[in-house]
Design a protein around this ligand. Sequence first.
Ligand SMILES: [Zn+2]
Length: 197
Amino acid sequence: MIGSELQALIQLLAKLPGLGPRSARRVALHLLKYRTELMIPLSEALHTAAQALKICHTCGNLDTQDPCAICANNNRELGLLCIVESIADLWALERSGSYKGYYHVLGGTLSALEGIGPEQLKIPALLQRVQSTGVREIILALNATVEGQTTSYYLADALKTTKAKVTALAHGVPLGGELDYLDDGTLTAALGARRQL
Ligand SMILES: [Zn+2]
C-alpha cells in the first residue's frame, strides 16, 4: 500500500508525454531518493516556470515576456514568416540558426477525426496577421506527416488571396518525420531547398 501523496505524484507523472504508470513509479522513486539534489530544485523550477512563462500573443511562442524575444527583435527579417505546428518545432528551427525571420505557431494540425478545424488552431489569427503586416514570404514548416501535409495544403489554399509567396520545406525531411527530431544540418538543408506551393 502506498500513501495518497505518493499516489497523486505517480498519477500526475504518468500524464507526462512518454511516461506510463510503470515509468511514473520509477521516476517518483528516483525523485524521492534524490530529494535535496533533484526533487526540491525540480519542484521550485516547475513553480517558477509556471509563474513566469507566458504565451506570446503574436506568434504563440513561450517566453517570460509578451511579445516574446523573437517578435520583439527588430533585427530579424521582417518579410519572412515561418509557420510551425508546435513550440518545439520553433525551437528546433531556432537551434539550427539558419532562419532569421519571424514565426507563427499553429498549436497542432487539422484533423477531421479529432474535430480539429481551422478555428481550433491559430489559423484565423495567421490570416489576419499576414493581411495586416507586410509579409513577403510564408514558409510552411509543418511536419512531414499526413496531418502536417494536409494542413500545409489547406494553408497554401487559404493564403492564395494574400500577396505573399507561399513556400514549404523540401528535401531532407523524411516522410513521417518530425522537425524536433531532425539534426540541425538536415533542417538547414530543408529550409534552404524550400519550394513554392
Ligand atoms: Zn512571439
